[in-house]
Design a binder for this molecule. Sequence first.
Ligand SMILES: [Zn+2]
Length: 176
Amino acid sequence: MSFPPTIPADEYWLRHALHLAERAYQQGEVPVGAVIVLDNKMVGEGWNQPISQHDPTAHAEMLALRAAGLATGNYRLPNTTLYVTLEPCVMCAGALVHARVGRVVFGAYDLKTGAAGSVFNMLLDKRHNHQVQLTGGVLQQLCVEQIQAFFKERRLAQKAAKLNIPNLSEPTNSEI
Ligand SMILES: [Zn+2]
């Protein structure tokens, strides 16, 4: 799989990651998708599925890293670029450093737990023996909209579910 020359590579692969994130969305998982590319070819992909896999480590990036390791027959992935729709968390950023991934491109910033500069700066920390090149905010609006739509839908569903059960927090007549 190689990208058409008319579309900037970063946007092309990030669009594929968005597509993968949609699978997570459909499965009721927070929609995050990740792709690992080596020499303009995809060597791994993943989408967030910790709930369905009963696995707290089953983030999109982790699954993409595992797939890329198997595909390349190497536990290290030098010269690869990982594209992900949301800024990586601490766990994934740590794994990216372990894997010696060359570059990370992400879409939406995670201002609460992001580990690629927003909250923690794991990928560029000089105390690690490997630093990962970083580009953030590519197709940012599309990536943000996808995640916001998911959480909005989930809030509405939770609200609807609440309306169908008695509200136990309100005092009953006997307590007044
Ligand atoms: Zn993560």
